[in-house]
Ligand binder design. Sequence first.
Ligand code: UDP
Length: 369
Amino acid sequence: MNPKKIVTVIGARPQFIKASAVSAVLAESDQLREIVVHTGQHFDTNMSDVFFSELGMMPPAYQCGIHGGTHGDMTGRMLIDIEKILFHEKPDAVLVYGDTNSTLAASLAAIKLHIPIAHVEAGLRSFNMRSPEEVNRILTDRVSRWLFTPNHVAGVHLLDEGASPGRIHQVGDVMLDVALRHGARVTPDGGVLARLRDKHGVRAGEYCLATIHRAENTDDPVRVTTIVDALTHFARDIQIVMPLHPRTRTTLAEQGKLQALQDAVVLLDPLGYLAMVQLEKHAAIIATDSGGVQKEAFFYRVPCVTLRNETEWTELVDAGWNRLAPPVDATSVLQSLRAGLGSIGDDIAPYGSGDAAVRIVQRLSNELA
Ligand code: UDP
């Protein structure tokens, strides 16, 4: 029997990480064959290649090389390219991840060609339609045949929106799969932590790891100023290490904030997955606006402060692992950072047991093969 063909479309850093879990299981399957399309949304060594090599992924079969431009421009160019690939490959299903423009472009291309879509990380909601991620995920969920949810609450959101229960499959979070498979072996020895200790005196368990990349923060001068003020004050209490997303570096420089931050905080280029995990695991606290980093903080039981008005991962706030600190007032952000230090939350397990990828591939095999 010929294996059924799955076209996976990915393009951004968190998608490479999530897809690595499912691609590893698909590679073992006799019933399904995967063709990977890389849209190019994130493209250089730090933001793309390192994840393929570290996480043992095959190079993509297609590289669209599309990045930059407005949302409409980027999504439109991706749609054109992905449609051509789908015409050519004629897959039995299209597999997409998360909430980026690559996710939406692939979903639009597939649904118009009547190709069933599997959405991994379905059902997450921030209830903020000004956020591009929220628009991308809601539209993708609406047209997907398989809604693979990471947790209970995502399924509740989908049911509330009228999705039929038969489309919803709570498989757990593929990021937990990756954390258990790759992150678990990361130790405090060597690597970026050793370099930071030698160069800046950074010690395991005694620093704050910070990341900022969301447009709602980086594109808003008031929020940028608030975050920089809060972090520079917090840096008097504890050393701060901050790998900078390329967009964040650009907007900080444009807004004249890069130097102030650089004077107070250890700034780094974007890190590979294993280096990032090493810094996450051994941080005293994590301050972030990243969805994935919020969860990884919990996987490694490190307290987290989320620099946003809302979060999709509400169970972590409810359980006390995460606190929301909207970056509108530096004093209250600073208070949240100080309160977070040393705090721990309840013992919860909302994201399954690390077999989400196996369950996704089983479901697709059962229904396609
Ligand atoms: N990450 C990384 N290097 C970095 C920053 C983040 O490998 O310098 C990883 C992080 O460990 C997590 C993922 O990227 O697995 C999160 O991606 P990102 O913050 O870009 O997006 P989001 O999760 O907000 O969609």
